[in-house]
Design a protein around this ligand. Structure first.
Ligand SMILES: Cc1ncc(COP(=O)(O)O)c(C=O)c1O
Length: 362
């Protein structure tokens, strides 16, 4: 459904750059997300920004509303994205609203995401190398790459998250957000920078929470001694938070894998540090039961993303490092699903060519 252009992220169009003429603006009503208190028995209440209440189920809608509208000015035949799920579902729905095609490349097993992409007239393709195949599809058909880690305007729509929090009237001192590309946390940072410059509003400490299989930058291996589930990047290297709440310096920082350059990561960390926050790495296996119990108690689906962000916020709260945290409950990447036939499977580039030929012939 197309809503009047002053709804959705466009309510805050003064924040969004470049300015997009009204006739190109698309919205599905994204951004009407509320803040709820998560009742956690052991700790003071934590607040959640319910970004899963966006039209397609995740915060990605804020980015896609802007990026797809931006592309409406050009004669692109369609979009391509490599994704773990949420961004692809969102892209497919906004592309359909704009009358464009959307090719979504994912690793095998994202069946629920594939079904939702197909339902929005997108083309879900499972393959072993989503990033490489997305590049091939982009070149062959002149598609626009919508990967948020690459797109220069990826953060724009996310600025409106800061406005949503501000408008709620809730006082927070810190914000925790599961991050992979850092596009969202950077958008939130920019939104708060505007609010600070314009209204003198204090910027909360911003924490990008990382963990699980998502290592966008080289991370050190987990600590050897004690109960070191959580680590935070401090001014002089990796810090942990151990069971006593101490944060000893990390001294043997080996690195394991990573897709984001160290330079970019350091630049982002410096911005996060300027708010008093930083990057926090949480081991995905840690304290599952404790966090899941809190989520289930509040009828929320435990997902890797929400679990990690919530765990970090709880640990910081528990150790008195923050007093009024907000967790951006960003949605859950829709893994699994019963039907394995969802989406197309491309074992090689000729499969990809054939699938795309048929999709673009429709
Ligand atoms: C549910 C969820 N939370 C958080 C993120 C991370 O967002 P960003 O890539 O902007 O850091 C993603 C996307 O990868 C996501 O799907």
């Amino acid at each position: 459904m197309k809503l009047p252009p002053q709804t959705g992220i466009w309510r805050h169009d003064y924040l969004l750059q470049p300015d997009i003429p009204t006739r190109f603006r698309l919205t599905l009503g994204e951004g009407r997300t509320e803040i709820t208190a998560l009742a956690v028995t052991r700790y003071r209440p934590l607040h959640l920004l319910r970004e899963d209440h966006n039209p397609t189920g995740s915060h990605k809608d804020r980015a896609m509303a802007f990026l797809v509208s931006l592309a409406q000015r050009e004669a692109t035949p369609g979009f391509v994205i490599s994704t773990s799920g949420n961004a692809g579902i969102s892209l497919a729905q906004y592309a359909r609203a704009g009358g464009r095609k959307a090719v979504v490349l994912m690793k095998p097993g994202r069946n629920r995401a594939a079904r939702l992409v197909a339902a929005a007239a997108g083309c879900p393709i499972m393959c072993g190398k989503p990033i490489n195949y997305a590049n091939a599809a982009r070149r062959w058909y002149g598609l626009t790459d919508m990967r948020t880690s690459r797109h220069p305007q990826a953060s724009q729509g996310y600025k409106t998250i800061a406005m949503a929090i501000c408008e709620s009237g809730l006082t927070i001192d810190s914000l925790f957000m599961f991050s992979t590309s850092f596009a969202t946390i950077m958008g939130i940072f920019e939104g708060y920078r505007y609010l600070h410059a314009r209204f003198g509003l204090a910027v909360p400490r911003l924490y990008a929470v990382l963990g699980g299989d998502f290592h966008p930058f080289p991370v050190p291996p987990p600590g050897r001694r004690g109960n070191r589930h959580i680590q935070a990047w401090g001014r002089d290297g990796w810090h942990y938070i151990d069971s006593q709440g101490k944060a000893p310096a990390y001294d043997d920082a080996l690195t394991i894998g990573g897709a984001c350059s160290r330079e970019r990561f350091m630049r982002i960390c410096r911005l996060l540090h300027s708010t008093g926050g930083g990057a926090v790495y949480v081991r995905s296996t840690c304290c599952r039961e404790q966090v899941d119990a809190a989520l289930q108690h509040n009828r929320l689906a435990p997902s890797l993303q929400s679990r990690l962000a919530l765990y970090a916020a709880q640990a910081f709260l528990h150790h008195g490092r923050v007093l009024r945290p907000l967790v951006v409950y960003s949605g859950s990447a829709p893994a699994g699903g019963a039907i394995s036939s969802a989406g197309f499977h491309a074992g090689n580039l000729s499969d990809l060519r054939r699938i795309l030929r048929e999709y673009f012939a429709q």
